[in-house]
Design a binder for this molecule. Structure first.
Ligand code: G3I
Ligand code: 9MR
Length: 577
């Protein structure tokens, strides 16, 4: 009506930033307009025939944390399901988006399905992989023991079998440390939202029995992890890798020899934690997978004992290369402080076995912090598990419940405080330090922290901020990209992802979260903008901002799935599922 009468169809404007997928009917809804012009905005039906909402832009906000000045277009009051665009006269229209219940369900499925696409040692059949089907790569049935990993029973050059697992990222290597937090995040989603996860179908070869698809997918990596433990002593190899990164070839074309390298305390403890959690999750499926839960727990305890005997075996690749051939140049996932890994492993073992000796082995609250989880900082994963089981904590920790809740809530309140000062009104970006390598996983992990705080308090404002961070990931940000491949109008088309770059398909594998803005720009590629919140480029060269990684996708799955699961009790959507 409004524009048709003027006879013009305004064009999409990159200056209008919003979640490019859409909004729940009853949830907060906002677009952010870059720059300080304009007064009025409209929400039109996607065909631009009807005006569904008219509003005034909020005053311009300039912030210290962003190079952008923005004006918010809040249309939270528009509840009617449909497909729309935001129009700002003189500027143009936004990308189209939807308002409806379950608006993120396809995203949840694709983000979980992305793990299937990362599977090593398996042919991806068209039935499950569609046009991204491919031949199997990396059987990993003949993996060499690197001299750094040699032991009496397995001298250097011993051949072991270590098939399966997920490729870490855009490379083809498999790293225990990063596997740890990834599997834990997925299994935690299941433990926190069992009913939702049981109904979540992603169509993978294992689908169709009583075991949820998410658990099957996690098992693909857990079973591989089990093969990374030295049966002789319980220590766990740090990674399974080629000596230097493979060129850009498809999985099936890769020919580099593969090695397991040095055992490390960090890898062994992460392994112990996730095996202990896995044992807990798998126990009800004992009849379908006889013995697996017990094997996982035995492996966890053996790993724990190894780490107690070897508390400071760090992975230092430079030093390793001074001593051994061939040199190893792939990802390091090195960590010189394993107090948090001890704390996490002790907690998961303690919760699963209910033996106090694990809880008393290490200080569970060394200080009052609950740092945001990352591959290198896993303390708060332990707190999430304690929070999950807070109603039935074992004796040694039963008295810590109040302290635990206070610690988690305080840390999250600190995050929330920062949101009012960001250009896009999100918790993400509240500190410049948010923009590290893999910054999008910071946004997703903040979202998880917010969801945990909601579940502890019942305060829905945490959920609105969690949704704000999902909006950030899907386009409400300083780059204007929705950072998930295949989801949104402006999405990464050239991720640093060998399978996507070497197949015959234009579109990248869908459902992958790229790293996101990272002013470190360690890849040395050309970036159009280097401000912390804009240092992103959709170029295959740019592994420091445009790679993908399993530990980034897992918190995306958690965040999007948790919001889908909570949309009704949050008041975001009405009616039963
Ligand atoms: O330790 C410093 C800290 O003191 C400092 O304050 C901070 C400032 O940026 O940097 C910290 O170190 C960073 C480290 O991650 C720990 O967070 C480094 O700068 C940063 O370069 C490093 O990035 C890691 C990157 O590998 C390079 O090692 C990423 O977290 C990690 O996700 C990434 O992982 C790679 C694998 O190695 C290989 N496979 C692909 C995967 C994804 O890109
Ligand atoms: O492809 C590699 C990517 O997975 C890593 O995250 C990144 C940093 O370790 O390294 C990439 O490999 C590059 C290597 O470091 C330097 N030469 C070019 C490689 C591919 O672009």
């Amino acid at each position: 009506m409004l524009l048709a009468s003027q006879g013009t169809h305004p064009r999409p404007s990159e200056a209008i930033r919003l979640n490019q997928i859409g909004f729940y009917p009853g949830a907060p809804k906002a677009a952010f307009i870059v720059g300080d012009g304009g007064e009025t905005f409209y929400v039109l039906t996607a065909d631009q025939r009807d005006t569904a909402f008219t509003g005034r832009l909020r005053p311009a906000r300039a912030t210290s944390s962003s190079s952008d000045t923005t004006r918010a277009a809040d249309f939270s009051a528009l509840w009617t399901p449909g497909r729309y665009v935001v129009l700002v006269p003189g500027l143009g229209v936004s990308y189209p988006f939807e308002i409806r219940p379950r608006v993120h369900e396809e995203l949840v499925r694709a983000a979980l399905k992305a793990f299937y696409f990362q599977r090593a040692s398996l042919a991806l059949e068209p039935r499950y992989a569609g046009k991204w089907s491919r031949a199997a790569g990396h059987p990993d049935t003949r993996v060499l023991v690197h001299p750094s990993a040699a032991s009496d029973g397995r001298p250097a050059g011993t051949v072991i079998s270590s098939p399966g697992g997920w490729y870490d990222a855009g490379d083809y290597n498999k790293y225990i440390v990063n596997s740890g937090i990834t599997v834990a995040t997925l299994l935690s989603l299941y433990e926190d939202f069992p009913q939702y996860v049981r109904a979540l179908r992603v169509d993978i070869p294992e689908s169709g029995d009583a075991v949820p698809d998410l658990v099957h997918e996690a098992l693909w990596n857990l079973r591989w992890m089990l093969t990374m433990q030295d049966p002789a002593d319980g220590g766990v190899y740090h990674k399974l890798t080629e000596p230097r990164f493979e060129g850009f070839v498809s999985p099936a074309e890769a020919r580099s020899p593969r090695y397991v390298v040095q055992k490390s305390t960090a890898a062994t403890l992460d392994f112990a934690a996730v095996m202990a959690q896995g044992a807990r999750v798998l126990r009800p499926f004992e009849r379908r997978m006889p013995g697996l839960s017990d094997s996982a727990l035995t492996a966890a305890v053996r790993a724990w004992n190894w780490a107690r005997r070897h508390p400071d075996v760090f992975y230092d690749q430079a030093r390793l290369n001074q001593q051994f051939e061939p040199h190893i140049e792939t990802g390091t996932y090195g960590d010189g402080d394993v107090r948090d890994e001890f704390l996490w492993a002790a907690t998961e073992l303690g919760v699963t076995t209910r033996q106090d000796s694990f809880f008393t082995a290490v200080p569970l609250f060394p200080d009052s912090a609950a740092p945001l989880p990352s591959w290198r900082q896993v303390r708060t994963l332990a707190y999430y598990t304690l929070a999950r089981f807070r109603a039935q904590l074992p004796g040694a920790v039963a008295g810590d419940r109040t302290r635990l809740e206070r610690t988690l809530i305080r840390a999250t309140d600190d995050l929330v405080q920062r949101a009012s000062g960001t250009a896009y009104g999100t918790v993400m970006g509240g500190a410049t330090a948010d923009f590290v390598w893999g910054s999008n996983s910071v946004a997703a992990n903040q979202g998880i922290a917010l969801i945990v705080a909601y579940r502890l308090t019942g305060d829905r404002s945490y959920l609105r901020h969690a949704l704000g961070n999902l909006d950030y990931i899907l386009g409400r940000n300083a780059t204007g990209y929705s950072f998930v491949t295949g989801f949104g109008a402006r999405t990464p088309w050239h991720p640093h992802h060998r399978p996507s770059a070497t197949d015959a398909i234009d579109a990248p594998v869908p459902g992958l979260l790229v790293g996101g803005p990272n002013p470190g720009r360690q890849d040395g590629c050309a970036y159009p903008d280097t401000a912390p919140d804009k240092a992103y480029v959709d170029d295959v060269c740019a592994y420091a901002s445009n790679e993908v990684a399993i530990n980034w996708n897992a918190p995306l799955v958690y965040l999007a799935a948790a919001l889908e699961a909570l949309q009704y009790e949050a008041g975001f959507s009405r009616g039963p599922r």
